[in-house]
Design a protein around this ligand. Structure first.
Ligand code: PLP
Length: 435
């Protein structure tokens, strides 16, 4: 039972009561670690969402927040987008699941082939993890090799999650086949390829996850992959359609062999994609990438509507404007409160991430106080922003006004030496704990 002994006892009462129930029904009390109560200061934060519209979300107690995580990224156009809703509703009326492939899935595949110049074939999944796992399996099948080199986050499947601190349940034999490599470090990748010469099936990476590639880096990775006969897979599940309409290829001109997209493509309706060169993709004639909801019609309908909006309207221009204002406003506040040694910010206007650390302080404590104060003022953020087409300049102003208070509280706590007393809830946890 969470004690309601702080100023927030009324504000989050419903959420906390639901959390008590969830502890008896749902392990980890959430379906996704990054959405769970561990990511917000328990006792001084909402736990359950109730509904959402545009750039706003309401919690179980009826409090409204400006929603910056946007369901972990997918809501590029905003919640409840009329065009996407209309497309899904039309599809529902025509049936949402069939026992034959559909004209609509073919049309979407053809459209994506036109969209990405290097794509010759397309297959659909539901989660980003479907796409990355499928791409890795295709690479193994086409090369006849087992080893995977990876860089970034690639989802919940054994082949990747075994490399993280959340690898419980993954056999050691599987863990041994995937090796992470550091970003923006060509010599490190090169030496891994040499150590495992002739064994590497795929290099899979987030090509522009949070930090942009250094000049020549992606070109260098492309060259190394080709020289070593490994399939190059760009995992653009997070950044796809959000940073550049044509992904890393559009931004940096480097073509992978395969690419994976998810999240923003369906604006919240589950759909993911593997696309790429025919000589690799055609192994799916044999390779088992086949499940009941592959080609699910609601995802296909939503994706078509999203592409319509992206083609017609200057979505990314707006997202860029909102994100740039957020980033520069936040940086000014860090300066104003002289917190540069404790709080950092990196990324793109369309996706940026804060870091909390420094001077031997508990970064998670700093983050928790930051979140607590923002939440009390109607800002839902878990240390990063995913601006959408639905967010307004007024939302940015409200957010920065709230952050002004949050950083002031942190500054004061550091100066007075009583930082931990400022936290009225529990300290947040990292999803991937230190080993
Ligand atoms: C880069 C990247 N790849 C893959 C995934 C996995 O996607 P999903 O959680 O939809 O399975 C994610 C999810 O956050 C991601 O950010």
């Amino acid at each position: 039972m969470t004690t309601l002994s702080n100023d927030y006892s009324d504000r989050y009462r419903q959420s906390l009561e639901l959390l008590d129930r969830a502890e008896r029904a749902i392990p980890s009390q959430a379906q996704t670690f990054s959405k769970a109560w561990t990511q917000y200061p328990r006792g001084a934060s909402p736990v359950f969402a109730d509904r959402a519209d545009g750039g706003y979300v309401w919690d179980a107690d009826g409090n409204r927040y400006i929603d910056w995580p946007m369901a972990l990224g997918p809501l590029l156009l905003g919640h409840n987008h009329p065009g996407v809703n209309a497309a899904i509703t039309r599809q529902l009326a025509d049936g949402c699941a069939f026992s034959l492939p559909t004209k609509a899935e073919l049309a979407l595949a053809e459209r994506l082939i036109d969209w990405f110049p290097y794509a010759e074939r397309v297959r659909f999944g539901k989660n980003g993890s479907d796409a990355t796992a499928g791409a890795v399996r295709a690479a193994r099948a086409v090369t006849g090799r087992d080893r995977i080199l990876c860089c970034g986050y690639h989802g919940w499947q054994d082949w990747f999650i075994g490399t993280t601190t959340r690898g419980a349940g993954v056999p050691d034999a599987v863990k041994a086949l995937t090796t992470p490599f550091p970003y923006n470090d060509l010599p490190a990748l090169n030496s891994l390829l040499e150590v495992h010469s002739g064994e590497v099936a795929a290099i899979i990476m987030e090509p522009m996850g949070i930090i942009p590639p250094e000049p020549g880096y992606l070109e260098g990775v492309r060259k190394l992959a080709t020289e070593h006969g490994a399939v190059l897979i760009f995992d653009e599940c997070w950044t796809g359609f959000r940073i550049d309409l044509k992904g890393a290829y559009g931004e940096f001109g480097v073509a992978p062999d395969l690419a994976c997209f998810g999240k923003a493509l369906g604006n919240g309706v589950p759909i993911s994609v593997i696309l790429g060169r025919a000589d690799v993709m055609d192994v799916f004639d044999e390779v088992f990438f086949s499940f009941t909801f592959g080609g699910d019609m609601l995802g296909i309908a939503a994706a078509g509507a999203v592409l319509d909006v992206l083609e017609r309207e200057a979505v990314l221009l707006h997202v860029d404007r909102i994100g740039t204002a957020l980033m520069s406003g936040f940086r000014s506040l860090i300066e104003k409160y002289e917190l540069g040694g404790y709080i950092g910010l990196s990324g793109y206007p369309g996706r940026h991430v804060m870091s909390f650390a420094g001077d031997g302080r508990d970064g998670l404590l700093l983050k928790s106080i930051f979140q607590q104060e923002g939440l009390a003022r109607g800002i839902l953020a878990a240390g990063w922003h995913a601006p959408s087409y639905a967010h307004s300049e007024e939302d940015v102003k409200m957010t920065l006004d709230a952050y002004d208070v949050s950083l002031n509280v942190i500054r004061d706590g550091l100066d007075q030496g009583d930082l931990s007393e400022r936290l009225l809830g529990e300290t947040v946890e990292a999803v991937f704990r230190k080993p």
